[in-house]
Design a protein around this ligand. Structure first.
Ligand code: ZN
Ligand code: ZN
Length: 314
């Protein structure tokens, strides 16, 4: 009677199958470490060849700014040439992050690329975008420009699914279970207040609509985590329901220097679970970079507009 059954572990083959079907929405990863800053590349621009530039290409590829097959296919090493397509990708990145869109790898651009962030690409399948390539006007009277985005083809939960259940996957134990449940509940409550959804925790993670867990490295969903730094979490678009934290990060329940706040990240990833892509409003919860040592748990008007537009609710 002392041991509890652990049947939830055996959901993985099924999840893997589902993952294969949904691969276009997941990120491409080469599981390279991105701990080292790109400092030596500062000032690099089109026409130059500089050792290490391929890491910028990998980064931009991972987050949707370069096509996945951009890099050479010969296997003879990575390409360190700053070509036209890299310049164009850097400009798009700079536009999304409110940087000077010069196409030059200046210090601020390299700094932003080194920040911890969500693993979901900013541009999914070359289609969804943040600030670049779109201006969504909401009402000609106000000339309001929204910066939220959706996944390609606007996947969302069907109208019959207003009550979503969530559960916790076994994964890696990083945060005490009670603390994790408590902050996730708080994050779900925040989305419930501005949407037509309600969220209910269930003990049976197998049947839960939304499945939350901590994993490290390659954990079988085609989107490997990258060790400490850079990618800290990811979640899949509706109606997949998987939401993973990178277990190799430092996590905390309240702001702690050098640690990621669990609730802040949960709030962002729940946005993806519901169908939101990344926003280019830095104050929005759906902005891709994650603050370290701070709490960011207030949904921004842009987040609220995004969810209400996707589901056509007031
Ligand atoms: Zn994200
Ligand atoms: Zn994952």
């Amino acid at each position: 009677m002392a041991s509890k059954p652990c049947s939830t572990f055996f959901t993985f083959p099924l999840l893997h199958l589902v993952m294969l079907l949904l691969l276009p929405l997941s990120i491409h990863s080469h599981s390279t470490q991105h701990q080292e800053p790109f400092k030596s590349l500062e000032g690099c621009h089109k026409g130059q060849t500089l050792k290490g530039l391929h890491k910028i290409k990998q980064y931009l590829e991972k987050f949707g700014y370069l096509p996945h097959h951009h890099r050479n296919k010969t296997g003879s090493g990575d390409d360190d040439t700053f070509d036209d397509s890299l310049e164009s990708a850097v400009k798009t990145y700079q536009l999304n992050y409110h940087l000077n869109a010069t196409g030059v790898l200046d210090g601020k651009t390299l700094h932003d690329m080194a920040l911890p962030r969500c693993g979901i690409p900013d541009i999914v399948d070359g289609r969804s975008s943040m600030r670049s390539g779109k201006k969504r006007h909401l009402g000609s009277m106000h000339h309001t420009v929204a910066h939220f985005s959706f996944f390609p083809n606007n996947p969302r939960w069907p109208p019959s699914k207003r009550q979503l259940t969530y559960g916790f996957l076994p994964g890696v134990q990083v945060i005490g279970t009670q603390n994790l449940r408590s902050v996730c509940k708080s994050a779900f409550d925040r989305w419930a207040r501005v949407s037509h959804f309600t969220f209910q925790e269930t003990q049976n993670v197998n049947t839960a609509d939304l499945k939350i867990g901590f994993y490290r490295g390659n954990h079988g969903d085609g989107s490997s985590f990258d060790g400490p730094g850079r990618t800290v979490a990811h979640a899949f678009a509706p109606t997949d329901g998987r939401f993973h934290f990178d277990a190799d990060e430092r996590w905390a329940i309240n702001p702690v220097t050098g640690a990621m706040d669990v609730e802040s990240v949960a709030l962002h990833e729940i946005g993806h679970l519901l169908g939101l892509g990344h926003s280019s409003v830095p104050e929005a919860i759906m902005f891709p970079t994650i603050l370290v040592g701070a709490k960011k748990v207030n949904l921004h008007g842009d987040d609220v507009q995004g969810i209400q537009t996707l589901y056509n609710t007031p």
